[in-house]
Design a protein around this ligand. Sequence first.
Ligand SMILES: Cc1cc2nc3c(=O)[nH]c(=O)nc-3n(C[C@H](O)[C@H](O)[C@H](O)COP(=O)(O)O)c2cc1C
Length: 226
Amino acid sequence: MPTIIDAITSRSSKRAYLPKPVPKEIQEKILHAASMTPSGANMQPWKVYAISNEDLLKKIGDAIIKKMNEGVVHDQFIQYYPVKWVHPYKKRRVITGAGLYKLMEVDRKDNDTRIKMWQDNFRWFGAKTVFFVFTDKANIDGAEGALLDCGAYMQSIMLAAQEFGIESCPQGSTTEFGKVVAEALDAPDNLAFLYSVVLGYEDKEAKINTYQPTRVPLKESVTFID
Ligand SMILES: Cc1cc2nc3c(=O)[nH]c(=O)nc-3n(C[C@H](O)[C@H](O)[C@H](O)COP(=O)(O)O)c2cc1C
């Protein structure tokens, strides 16, 4: 029986899946568990579209890729990544990206392959189930707390999924095209798209799924005061 610490430490983002949707009853169990995520004032600010409809997933992906090809860098509700990357985060970002490209033997200057790898996000890495998480715009109008709650909700989804042998990849790449996602889903005007989570059965043969970025030692992120 894996412990909670096992579940947390063994999760990693997977970027190649078998073409098999997550059964509805398992999605419900994952979402039911995730619904117990704590939130400020028990606000439960998440609104989720759990999509396994192949045509709709393709429609969303096509719409994002079309926007990218038009030269649009983002069309979003929230800015996820820092506007100004400072030390040490910039270095960590570079190391993490470079590690993935090195594993996949992609040259630093091979922009076409790098773009294709990024666009794999919008083909859902071959997975057939994706959760799209929104919140009410009113929750994030002059306040950020709902974003914290929805972030915790993301981790709950990914941890609960493991119980069923389901792997995941959180996606900020879709955040950058949040308005495109909302339009493709015909989401109500009051909702702002935050992020997606790809869910599915890992392709165990895929080299990309062996990638496990390391973490900095505790002393770089924690100050103990006894
Ligand atoms: C909010 C968030 C957004 C992310 N967006 C993407 C993404 O769009 N595409 C992707 O391949 N990975 C994405 N990741 C995965 C991170 O790259 C990954 O979590 C990090 O490198 C640590 O690796 P691990 O998840 O395998 O432990 C995202 C992670 C988070 C938490």
